[in-house]
Unconditional design. Structure first.
Length: 525
């Protein structure tokens, strides 16, 4: 356990689990305070579980839940009351320990963090694909500017690989790395999350109350997978035949279910756009169908694809190839059908579909269902002055620069550009933002432009992929000549690209600032 002692009476730590409590008691702590709201993330133990474990060890317990960046006077008073009431020493915990430390400081239990911001030339919010790639691209261009990345998580995931995990092609462990290994050299890692943007003052407030100043701000904290938007989903995910390749924890369960299913009904869902990689919901379905086809059981399985959209795929050029696989696998295509509730133990899913007189609710039974959660902008972005009407960061679609705050840029899933939200898009955006951020630092106009490029390798069967590559307005932007890879047709070479080439390109190219097939277009200005 990573316990930080703040004084003789109080320490803080990241998330505790019931199994940790006996060791906490042996370490001499007499009480525990939980500062996390229940259900903040998947797999988080409820406060009641920790309270029960504390009671078994004779420890006091209090639950003072505080949302990140939303500490109210009543929260401060509740923290002080709990601390004064409980036996000392006390261990307080939240997701990382920073929120608990901040709350203790405001309650007068420890010193309150200073208000004077630490300053950087370039401050990057988010250490995922977009943030790491942009920092690496900047560092390759300029070794002298000071750069910091704000990222609370220690694990970094190659999320495009989770479809392959669910198909049994990749090992889950191959899709994760330590964040510390990926932060570029001479870039400061601030292990925290952003709580508020204050662009008029050119500063960002962190979840622990610290302030960071900047000359240029790059916002790329990703988006939020809203598992709670579908009633019943969180409680049953990973069991009762309910799975999702959008989670590191449950992608292997997709493989388990497809291997076990030999007859019955399999449902696959896609929520309203925008979502990460709009082809991923279909990829899970096609790979499952191909496994059942090879096993000779596909005729015994009724497969339905429920998509909230009005078309199978947003770029028409790729639809004919995909429809051939829909017909080959006998998939029942349900357009404009949105999952609105799920009952795992009863194995039923409720959909809202477009009817002649308005929306109608339809209940479907399942033996297996692959669910893609609705997705929304991160709260810290949506409630900030940086947000567009959509809640994502407003940007000029070419330069990825904010229209109101010229020293602010955004890329990746967090930005409001109309491109597809894919890792391939971030790979092309990162050099553009790197070039433009350095130009703004030197007093010049942004010279680089982004054409909206995104890529979605649609795995239609094991060994073949429809390589969709497109930009703004659905314009096709193939990376290879059609005699090598025709993206509108299934290709074995495209499978080799996805299976063998792209993972090392991600880890050793994109995240290292090597801009293979991603050099920015310098036509702007």
């Amino acid at each position: 356990m990573d316990i930080q002692r703040l004084n003789q009476e109080l320490a803080v730590s990241p998330q505790l689990r019931p199994a940790d409590v006996p060791a906490i008691a042996r370490a001499g702590y007499r009480s525990i305070i939980c500062n996390r709201p229940n259900g903040e993330e998947q797999g988080q133990p409820d406060a009641a579980e920790i309270a029960a474990a504390a009671a078994r060890e004779g420890l006091g317990f209090a639950h003072v839940p505080v949302a990140p960046g939303e500490i109210r006077p009543s929260d401060v008073a509740a923290m002080r009351e709990a601390f004064d009431r409980l036996m000392h020493p006390v261990l307080a915990y939240c997701r990382s320990g920073a929120r608990a430390a901040r709350l203790a400081g405001l309650a007068g239990i420890t010193a309150t963090p200073p208000e004077q911001p630490t300053g950087y030339d370039i401050l990057i919010i988010g250490g995922g694909s977009a943030g790491i790639a942009t920092a690496a691209s900047i560092r390759r261009r300029n070794r002298d500017v000071s750069i910091a990345i704000v990222e609370p998580n220690e694990a970094h995931y190659y999320q495009p690989g989770w479809t392959m995990v669910g198909a049994g092609v990749f090992r889950r462990e191959a899709t994760v790395n330590r964040e510390a290994r990926l932060i570029p050299r001479n870039v400061t890692w601030v292990k925290a999350s952003a709580a508020a943007f204050e662009p008029e003052a050119r500063r960002v407030r962190l979840c622990d109350g610290r302030l960071l100043g900047y000359r240029v701000l790059i916002v790329c904290p990703g988006l939020t997978l809203d598992w709670d938007a579908i009633p019943g989903l969180r409680e049953t995910l990973g069991q009762n035949g309910v799975t999702s390749n959008y989670s590191y924890d449950t992608a292997p369960y997709t493989l388990e279910l497809t291997r076990a299913l030999v007859h019955g009904r399999a449902l696959f869902t896609q929520p309203p756009m925008p979502i990460k990689c709009a082809g991923a919901p279909q990829k899970a379905m096609y790979l499952a169908c191909h496994r059942w086809e090879r096993g000779g059981v596909l005729p015994n399985i009724e497969v339905q694809f429920h998509t909230a959209g009005a078309a199978l795929f947003g770029v028409a050029a790729y639809v004919p190839a995909l429809m051939r696989y829909v017909e080959r696998y006998g998939i029942e295509l349900r357009l404009e059908s949105r999952l609105v509730a799920i009952d795992g133990p009863a194995r039923t899913a409720l959909f809202e579909r477009k009817g002649p007189d308005g929306p109608v609710k339809v209940e479907e039974r399942f033996d297996m269902i692959h669910v893609v959660p609705p997705q929304r902008p991160a709260d810290v972005v949506a409630r900030s002055p940086l947000a567009a009407a959509s809640g994502y960061v407003a940007v000029d679609e070419a330069t990825l620069r904010h229209p109101r705050f010229p020293e602010v840029f955004s890329l990746g899933d967090a930005c409001a550009a109309s491109n597809a939200k894919t890792a391939a898009a971030a790979r092309k955006q990162a050099p553009v933002v790197a070039e433009n951020a350095l130009a703004v630092l030197s007093g010049r106009d942004p010279p680089a432009v982004y054409d909206g490029y995104g890529s979605c390798p649609l795995t239609v069967e094991a060994g073949k992929i429809v390589l969709a590559e497109f930009g703004y307005g659905g314009r096709l932007l193939p990376s290879f000549p059609t005699w090598l890879i025709d993206g509108t047709k299934p290709s074995r070479l495209a499978w080799l690209l996805k299976d063998t080439i792209l993972p090392p390109v991600y880890w050793h190219g994109m995240l290292k600032g090597r801009e293979w097939l991603a050099r920015p277009n310098m036509a702007h200005g």
